[in-house]
Design a protein around this ligand. Structure first.
Ligand code: APR
Length: 234
């Protein structure tokens, strides 16, 4: 089975009702996003950081996967599909995709501030100051903040290096190291980018499909399944 690696960003979930980062005004209740998604922010004002992620965790439970997520599930009938996502929501999993690697963490998980391996999924969306794990340490979101290592990046590289086809969906490709993933796609494997604001990338020859995930992916997946697009003809 040929392997399709799908690399997704915030645009993938936009039509489910989750705002992207850089399309919005980049603010959350008047705080720059960088001010609530860094280790410094956590040290300065953990309550604000918890509230930010509480709001997002609550919202995630209220929205549904869209037609783009569903199309990627359909693609599994004919291809070995591996999703690598920068998104912290669980919409790919809830749609039914079987292989999803989260580069930037997962909103529905929290972990101990003392032991990063002590990770669990709380039942309630709200985490408060004073909520502790088994080790008695304060819980924090299981999220990769700006300035932190991306522990899954090496795994993502390994997956990308064996792609026959790469589909990139809804990402501004400005946040590193995630954005450099396309450089690991084998030279003979075509790359497609689905994004309403996609720009040609100087790094690689990428075929651009300007449109939204929910509108373009179902059609594109049909073409892949009917072999109208192959790893050779791009
Ligand atoms: N369908 C497809 N793409 C869309 C849609 C849509 N309906 N709506 C918007 N987009 C595109 C935008 O044109 C933009 O290129 O989605 C992209 C969103 O870009 P960003 O907001 O920068 O999100 P992303 O690339 O995922 O950000 C990367 O930055 O903030 C950090 O850690 C966070 O994982 C995130 C990372």
């Amino acid at each position: 089975m040929r392997k399709i690696v799908v690399f997704t960003g915030a645009g993938m979930s936009a039509e489910s009702g989750i705002k992207t980062f850089r399309d919005s005004d980049g603010l959350w209740e008047n705080h720059p996003v960088e001010d609530v998604a860094t280790p410094q922010a956590w040290a300065r004002n953990p309550r604000l950081v918890l509230d930010f992620y509480n709001a997002r965790r609550k919202q995630m439970r209220e929205v549904e996967p869209n037609k783009g997520h569903a199309a990627l599930v359909e693609l599994e009938k004919c291809f070995n599909v591996q999703i690598i996502t920068q998104n912290v929501d669980n919409l790919h999993e809830r749609a039914g995709s079987s292989s999803v690697l989260h580069l930037h963490g997962e909103l529905d998980k929290v972990r101990s501030t003392r032991n990063p391996k002590l990770i669990f999924t709380p039942e309630h969306w709200e985490i408060k100051l004073g909520d502790v794990g088994e080790d008695g340490a304060q819980l924090r979101p299981h999220i990769v903040w700006f300035g932190e290592q991306v522990p899954m990046f090496d795994v993502a590289i390994d997956i990308t290096q064996t792609a026959d086809i790469m589909i990139v969906v809804g990402t501004s490709l400005v946040v590193y190291p995630a954005a450099s993933l396309i450089e690991y796609v084998p030279a003979n494997a075509p790359i497609f980018l689905i994004d309403p604001k996609a720009e040609p990338q100087s790094r690689r020859n990428i075929e651009i499909i300007r449109g939204t995930a929910a509108e373009e992916l179902p059609e594109f997946v049909k073409k892949l399944i009917s072999n109208e697009i192959t790893s050779k003809n791009a």
